[in-house]
Design a protein around this ligand. Structure first.
Ligand code: SF4
Length: 136
């Protein structure tokens, strides 16, 4: 159980780093932007995980993602903020070792998301439909 009550079954080949990014992309896209913790929190987590996923992450990013998500909890007008924060906290608390292994160079053999390396436009050469929506 990672968060808001939805159930997603993943096998061991799925990278939690990738899945965390896919999940926060959804919530950032769905945020109406009315309250600051949700609007800024989902955006900062998405940006941090995008950079992390692209190879520009640091160990501090893992702590920052957790810190941001903890500060979203209970501070938003509707449940979307909590729904975004809860799975994010689950990812970094229960699968921290996967984030650390990712930093050490472990990458999924069949990535779900193609993200350009740090320094290049996020959508240049995108091959995934997750990267082609106007607001992602
Ligand atoms: S928590 Fe709800 S009201 Fe607040 S910005 Fe997110 S979607 Fe909008």
């Amino acid at each position: 159980m990672l968060g808001s009550g939805g159930i997603v079954v993943l096998d061991e080949t799925v990278s939690i780093v990738e899945f965390a990014l896919r999940t926060i992309r959804f919530y950032q896209h769905e945020s109406c932007g009315w309250c600051i913790p949700c609007r800024e929190g989902t955006d900062w987590i998405k940006k941090t995980l995008t950079r992390f996923h692209a190879g520009g992450g640091t160990k501090k990013d893992i702590d920052n993602v957790q810190y941001i998500a903890e500060n979203m909890m209970g501070r938003t007008f509707c449940p979307l903020g909590d729904a975004a924060a809860m799975p994010t906290l689950g990812f970094v608390k229960k699968f921290r070792s996967e984030f650390e292994e990712y930093l050490a160079g472990a990458r999924p053999a069949n990535p779900l998301i193609q993200i350009q390396p740090v320094g290049e436009p996020e959508h240049a050469g995108a091959t995934s439909p997750w990267l082609t929506s106007p607001s992602s």
